[in-house]
Design a protein around this ligand. Structure first.
Ligand code: NAD
Length: 358
């Protein structure tokens, strides 16, 4: 029996989570694999009920699971709380740290039916776009010590530090993913200036030579990568990069798709334990109105099947059902654009259509 923790959280979290679980029911019947689901409190609702956004009980539920399916946390109600009580800072970040989720995986996909929603000219993304980022998440300049402002507040320092082991483990994830896709990795660094990047390039190249020579590897400086993403994004397939560069580039790329409601993400550790969540937040402006787009949550479920349960075939099936539903002209309001020959659906009805196509 597979075990997952279901942390729906706040705002639109519970609404979109129900749609993902509906899809999981179908996957269970198709695959003959059962998923025991344990719900637990997280975020603002957890704070309201227990006084903390990440109760010990929730950590125990996650520890007893192989993966966490996460909705979203936060909202105006909890914004005035002390930092450690706030839903995002007090729950999501400690959860990532607790489980050493060092690999952040972010697919950036423009389904052909949604090309009009992209901020790019159509000819640059003809036929859609499908890139996946592997960003190192638990080291680099966000965590290196010393990190301080001098007492006179006239200078400050951050430290960018990477070890061979940290680079190797994220590079392995990227190379392995490339083997399931089009066998191409672009490693992004700043090896013309930064010593951490010189080491990064050396470690990635050595690993490539010793274990992944069948995968095509290229290296690109981060400033060029930022430019190429908006100039010719279709040249990329798997992008491998460190924490700071990945933070910036993956948000730049996310905006090429035009809607937050479409994008899933995964953060995984060495044992393939992962936290799977939409990249958007709790969308308090539309919560409780059956308006939220459930696709990011449903695609997060697909990532969970692929990376934590080795069920790539079923992950592909879910992605194809989403694509088919969009091709049939069904949209939630956030991705409706200007087209006239489409049908706008609510959260539940969109979940039903995808389920029917599956
Ligand atoms: P947001 O992502 O919640 O919303 C930004 C805009 O995108 C809103 O107009 C919203 O309606 C829209 N949107 C987001 N997801 C959508 C979906 N699935 N379908 C349709 N439209 C969608 O960001 P925000 O407004 O800056 O933040 C709201 C709250 O969410 C804040 O409390 C913030 O701290 C929290 N947040 C949580 C996470 C997380 O849980 N990982 C991430 C980001 C923000």
């Amino acid at each position: 029996m597979n075990k997952i923790a279901v942390l729906a959280g706040d705002g639109i979290g519970p609404e979109v989570m129900s749609q993902a679980l509906k899809i999981l029911d179908i996957i269970e019947s198709k695959s003959n694999k059962k998923f025991e689901r344990t719900e637990a409190l997280i975020g603002g609702i957890a704070y309201d009920e227990t006084g903390t956004p990440l109760p010990d009980e929730t950590i125990k539920v996650c520890e007893a699971s192989q993966a966490i399916l996460f909705g979203s946390v936060g909202g105006p109600k909890w914004e005035g709380l002390a930092p450690e009580k706030q839903p995002e800072r007090g729950a999501l970040l400690p959860l990532r740290k607790h489980f050493s989720l060092f690999a952040n995986i972010r697919p950036v996909k423009i389904f052909p039916a949604l090309i009009e929603s992209s901020s790019l000219k159509n000819n640059l993304i003809d036929g859609g776009l499908d890139i996946i980022f592997f960003r190192e998440l638990t080291s680099g300049i966000y965590f290196g010590q010393p990190k301080m402002i001098a007492p006179d507040r006239k200078s400050a320092v951050d430290t960018m530090l990477y070890t061979e082991e940290e680079i190797t483990r994220i590079a392995i994830k990227a190379f392995e993913a490339a083997k399931l896709r089009s066998n191409k990795v672009c490693s992004v660094d700043k090896a013309n200036v930064l010593m951490t990047s010189v080491l990064w390039r050396e470690v990635v190249s050595n690993l490539h030579k010793s274990k992944y020579s069948s995968v095509e590897l290229t290296h690109m400086f981060v400033d060029n990568a930022a430019m190429q993403l908006v100039r010719a994004p279709k040249q990329f397939d798997v992008i491998l990069t460190e924490n700071l560069f990945g933070d910036i580039l993956s948000d730049e790329a996310a905006m090429l798709t035009g809607s937050l409601g479409m994008l899933p993400s995964a953060s995984v550790n060495e044992k393939s334990f992962g936290l799977y969540e939409p990249i958007g937040g709790s969308a308090p402006d539309i919560a409780g109105q059956n308006l939220a787009n459930p696709i990011a949550q449903i695609l997060s479920l697909a990532l969970m099947l692929r990376y934590s349960f080795d069920m790539n075939e079923y992950a592909n099936m879910i992605e194809e059902s989403v694509s088919k539903t969009l091709n049939e002209g069904f949209r939630t309001k956030d991705i409706a654009g200007q087209s006239t020959d489409i049908t706008i659906l609510g959260t539940v009805e969109m979940g039903d259509k995808i389920a029917a196509n599956l």
